[in-house]
Design a protein around this ligand. Structure first.
Ligand code: 3EB
Length: 352
């Protein structure tokens, strides 16, 4: 057996909703994402599984992400758009996964996928978009004379939100990042529950207000989404989904070509976003800090930058090695070298 075959995948956990396991709420794993070599969808297994091709030639990726939900919640599954997208509905929570766009006609196909998801959510009564992940192959490529693939995707996605009358304050936390697949894939969660707050960062322009030089339609996402659990039977804790965060101040990329300074700037962005200095968070539950994160995913453009990024995160930012998960992929602006996202599963009780 090769040493690679003996290595076990790293694992991370997310909750669709419901009480944290620590409070004794029974939880089932209903969905798994396998970050590694290949793109695939398998709805015949339990949990349903999806693979995302995030492994470059130089940087192995073997990460399993487990999504948990209340065992007692009623479950129903199905698909939309002729099986292009699947959903798992679990009481007040829902998760969609599959193809979010095709490579032939990125804008139209992304519009179609998002439109189908938003239509399905509306029919089922899910009013709150919580978090989405969008994996976009050849993200910086401009087909002859056209805008970049990422900008085409952003346009299709934004038009779908516009068409449904979803305003900017309802946009979820998100990631939009490169991949090695042949289609745009991803997953998205939504909820019927109250207590979700989409958060912006005063250090950064809201992405949905980026000027047109970054693309004809701005990216549709919030910097983070906080959930304040107010139902005493469900734990009174908070969860925080951090969007992909890069070295952007205002709307501009800071420190092109300098990966150390980009990492420092993006970490300052995260620290400020989650701090009580952020006016949106000052009155919302317990203070959060970097040590509360359960994991970070670290996307980096150049394989050669892995060592320096890892060392800075461990030494300067004191992030424990086991919380870090690295993927060598392209990032939505060609001058961005590194981007981080993460999740806080439970910051502890909300003050009464
Ligand atoms: C940025 O701040 C970096 O298009 O869904 C981060 C998170 C980024 C989400 C998306 C893009 C997206 O603009 C890029």
């Amino acid at each position: 057996m090769t040493s690679e075959a003996m290595t076990r995948p790293q694992e991370i956990e997310y909750r669709l909703g419901g009480a944290p396991a620590a409070l004794g709420g029974a939880q089932d794993c209903v969905f798994q994402v396998h970050y590694g070599r290949a793109d695939f969808v398998d709805v015949s297994t339990s949990p349903a599984r999806m693979g995302i091709a995030m492994q470059s030639d130089g940087c192995p990726v073997d990460l399993v992400e487990n999504w948990y939900g209340d065992s007692s919640a009623e479950k129903s599954t199905g698909s939309i758009l002729d099986g292009q997208l699947h959903y798992i509905e679990l009481g007040n929570e829902i998760l969609y996964f599959g193809e979010l766009g095709r490579f032939e006609d990125v804008e139209a196909s992304s519009y179609q996928s998002y439109n189908a998801i938003l239509d399905s959510l509306q029919q089922k009564g899910f009013h709150t978009l919580v978090r989405s992940w969008n994996f976009i192959p050849q993200i910086n490529h401009s087909p002859d004379g056209a805008i970049e693939i990422y900008q085409q995707f952003c346009k299709g996605r934004a038009l779908a939100f516009d068409a449904r009358g979803i305003d900017e304050f309802q946009l979820p936390a998100a990631t939009g990042i490169g991949s090695y697949a042949t289609a745009i894939t991803g997953y998205l969660i939504a909820s019927k529950r109250a207590g979700y707050l989409h958060v912006e960062n005063p250090l950064q322009s809201p992405a949905y207000k980026y000027p047109p030089k970054f693309g004809p339609k701005s990216p549709s996402f919030a910097r983070g989404t906080l959930h304040l659990e107010s139902d005493p039977g469900r734990g009174r804790g908070t969860r925080f989904f951090l969007s992909g965060t890069a070295s952007i101040r205002g709307a501009e990329t800071m420190w092109p070509g300098d990966v150390r300074r980009q990492l420092n700037t993006l970490m300052e962005n995260i620290r400020y976003l989650i701090s009580d200095e952020n006016p949106q968070l000052a009155q919302q539950g317990p203070a959060m800090n970097l040590a509360d994160f359960d994991h970070f995913k670290v996307y980096f453009r150049h394989a050669k930058d892995y060592d320096i990024i890892r060392r800075l995160l461990l030494e300067d930012w004191q992030i424990p090695a086991e919380k870090l998960h690295f993927m060598n992929v392209d990032i939505c602006r060609s001058d961005l070298l590194v981007e981080l996202e993460g999740c806080i599963n439970d910051t502890g009780p909300v003050e009464a």
